[in-house]
Design a binder for this molecule. Sequence first.
Ligand SMILES: [Fe+2]
Ligand SMILES: [Fe+2]
Length: 194
Amino acid sequence: MNIDIDEEIFKYLSLHLNLKRLEHSYNVANLAVLLAEKNSVNTLKAWLAGLLHDCAKSMTDVELIKFFKNRKKSFKYFKEMSVNSPRLLHSFAGEIIARERFKIKDKSVLKAIKNHTLGRKNMSVLERLIFVSDSISHDRKWKHAEVLRELAKEDLNRAFFEVLVQKIAYVVRNSGWLCPQTIDTWNWYVSNVK
Ligand SMILES: [Fe+2]
Ligand SMILES: [Fe+2]
C-alpha cells in the first residue's frame, strides 16, 4: 500500500465522514480485500475502492445536485435520480472525488466506486465485490448480513445475487423509487451470469 495515499484518504474521510461512516469505509475495504484475495482480484484496487466508495456520502441532497451542476454527467438517469432519490448520486460524486482529489486513474477502481450502490450491466468482479462488501460489511446489522458475509467468502456471485435481491426487495417493500440502473443490473445478471 502506498502509505502517502492511505494517509491522505484517512485525513479526508475523517474530516468529511462521521465516525460511523468512517468505520464503515474501513470495514468495507477490509472485506473487499478478503474477497479480492479469494477471487484473484488485485487487493490494492479493492482496498482503494472500498475506502473511497462512500467519500461523498456526507453530502446533502442539495449539495449533491449542486456538485453536478456544471459537470459532465457520464452516467444515465441523472435527472431521474435528482428528482426521486438524490442520495443515490453519492456514488457518482465519489468517483469524481476519487479521480480529482486523489488522482485515482485506474478505471476499474473508479467504476467500482461509481457503481457500488446501483450496479450496472457487465459488472467486473471488482465492482461486484465492492457492491457486496458495502451491504454486508461488519458494521451492517440487517437480518441477512452475517449469513451473506459467510456466503460471500465461498461464492461471490451467489452473494451478489442475494444482496441484489435484498436491495430491490427493500425498495419495493418501502414503496421507494427503483432506479432503472438497478433494473438494468438485475436483467443483466439473470440473463447472463446466474
Ligand atoms: Fe454508498
Ligand atoms: Fe457504503
